[in-house]
Unconditional design. Sequence first.
Lengths: 132, 132
Amino acid sequence: MQKEHNLSKNQKIIFDLIDKSGGPMKAYSILFSVQKKGIKAPLQVYRALDKLVEIGKIHKIESRNAFIACQNSSCQISKATAFSICESCENVSEISNSKLSKYLSNFSDNSGMKYSKYNLEFFGLCKKCKSK
Amino acid sequence: MQKEHNLSKNQKIIFDLIDKSGGPMKAYSILFSVQKKGIKAPLQVYRALDKLVEIGKIHKIESRNAFIACQNSSCQISKATAFSICESCENVSEISNSKLSKYLSNFSDNSGMKYSKYNLEFFGLCKKCKSK
DNA sequence: CTTCTAAATGTTATATTATTACATAATGTT
DNA sequence: AACATTATGTAATAATATAACATTTAGAAG
């Protein structure tokens, strides 16, 4: 049962942009693209991004300082994310593999720490780039 | 068989500082600390950090833009890293769990991509912070 | 429908993180 | 010694992100 989040004006503009782009986008490139829609300042972008991340509509690719629309409909909250990143063309895709997420969600070591969240980034060459 | 890397002057200064700190350090806090040793510019710090990451003496905590000394003697190259991060006190430690690393190193999905590297960051509350 | 509150917005300034470009010096190899 | 590679020094600037403050909008409670 997915909670419906009514996105605000800025949130919707920015989510739609990222979603339509189909890939990761950087904050200042988003800013540039939405200036014609009246969003003028970095903070307006970052605030929308923060909220979108919080509700799981987008995820942050930490190693790239970029944001991508969630490609996994069951992912309501960004608390368990995994991505594959091509180091040549920088293509990013979200990995939704139930075994992997089960394994990591249940992972515990001997530190006595209970993990509530994780982010995993895999790097390599995608099919296309490998065959070049 | 561990390759011996002869660190250069700046690399050694910066590695020693991070190593002795026992935790993650940020680039500009490193810069501040090493100014008395003659390292004056950000680039000098970033260059040393880049090299240290490349040879696996330190790792970058992507979600924190911080660098930590490798706590895992068998880790020559930063190609398979996992960390646990306390979201309250920001304590970070490197996870060395052979099952986990084996699982992730062998992970493959149906994207046809062969992963050569990964970085995993777990978040939660450490023992101390949990009991507060 | 009004009062209250929480969330979102707008705006300016500034902090933090990282790289470009170019010159020089030290180190290792043949 | 000549060459190539790696490291250093320095100035400028680019890219990423937040602080502080004023105002507005949207929901919830009476």
